[in-house]
Design a protein around this ligand. Structure first.
Ligand code: SF4
Length: 328
């Protein structure tokens, strides 16, 4: 059953240099207990999509399209009163950001920041909030959680701060957790621990997770489905298995080809996609990927390719979408 339904999401930022079309007609569903990966390079619209769901797009300069819809448990979130949105955010839909140092308040102890969540959202007494916060820190593998409550963020390592962020995000047992590049700032050993921790938390709490990342290695072993964004539009969407086995869009193939493999030639240069994503968002009436695409044709520069369907909910926005063979 779809817990979150996003339809035709459009987010534009009106800047001094003109409008930036950050998200341009993105649609997706998130089912209960499912893990969805949203993948793309910087500027693909993946983070703005999650901010829009959480009602955190600053307006102005942000503008949400009038035809856009974000439904949580069937209820439209766009247009809700700020107070109601605040209640849903944190309690029902929570988020972990990339850098915990910018999300945690450096002037408050970890304990104060955790207990405040329970006091504000649940009306929990300070004493009980402290007990539950210590349990939360213990659940995410922080040794000596009682002592950690009295620490300031700068006294903890990067991995520990990220665990605090996860504990804070899970404190209210949200139905959906958005994790925006949750392991990018960490070294690979800690990265693996944090990913395993999130999987464990998902098993225990039965929540849905949206992983936002540029790292296909992270989503490969973690997600059920993937949404590949390019210049604010959906380039491809499929089950993770289908997308890795049979990428249909040239952009997805380029992303997959640029992931280093253990059995590749160690002396061969790493593959990359030439050029960079367009500044200012989508490609108007053209395919936004056309300037970088090895399969580009004349029509790609004049027409926007529609999403075409392959098998089993595998879709790709490309005139040359190839669902029939593993084209990596
Ligand atoms: S529509 Fe054309 S330019 Fe765009 S990805 Fe497909 S082949 Fe490449």
């Amino acid at each position: 059953m779809s817990l979150l339904t996003v339809r035709d999401l459009v987010v534009r930022f009106d800047t001094h240099h003109g409008p930036v079309h950050a998200v341009d007609g993105v649609s997706f569903d998130l089912n209960e207990g499912e893990t969805l990966g949203i993948v793309g390079e910087s500027g693909s619209g993946k983070s703005v999509t999650s901010l829009a769901v959480l009602g955190l797009v600053p307006r102005p300069p942000g503008v949400i399209g009038t035809g856009s819809s974000i439904r949580f448990r069937g209820r439209e979130l766009l247009g809700l009163e700020t107070s109601e949105l605040r209640r849903i955010r944190g309690a029902e839909i929570s988020m972990i950001f990339q850098d915990p140092m910018t999300s945690l308040n450096p002037l408050l102890t970890v304990g104060r920041q955790l207990t405040e969540v329970l006091e504000v959202h649940r009306g929990t007494s300070r004493r009980e909030a402290r007990e539950r916060s210590a349990r939360g820190l213990g659940d995410v593998g922080i040794p000596g959680p009682e002592a950690a409550l009295d620490s300031y963020p700068h006294e903890l390592s990067g991995g520990m701060r990220q665990r605090v962020m996860i504990a804070m995000a899970l404190l209210l047992e949200p139905a959906i957790l958005f994790a925006d590049e949750p392991t990018t700032a960490l070294d690979v050993t800690i990265q693996a621990q944090i990913l395993e921790l999130m999987r464990d938390m998902q098993r225990r709490h039965g929540m849905s997770i949206v992983f936002i990342t540029h790292d296909l290695g992270v989503v490969a072993g973690t997600t059920d489905r993937m949404l590949v964004l390019y210049a604010g539009r959906v380039a491809e969407s499929a089950s993770t298995r289908a997308l890795f086995a049979q990428p249909a869009h040239p952009y997805t193939r380029g992303l997959l080809a640029s992931v280093p493999t253990l059995n590749g030639d160690p002396d061969a240069p790493l593959s990359s996609i030439p050029g960079s994503p367009p500044l200012g968002g989508g490609g108007g009436e053209a395919c936004a990927f056309a300037p970088r695409c090895p399969l580009v044709q004349a029509r790609c520069r004049n027409e926007q390719p529609p999403l075409v369907a392959g098998r089993a909910e595998h879709v790709a926005a490309c005139f040359e979408a190839d669902f029939t063979e593993a084209a990596r």
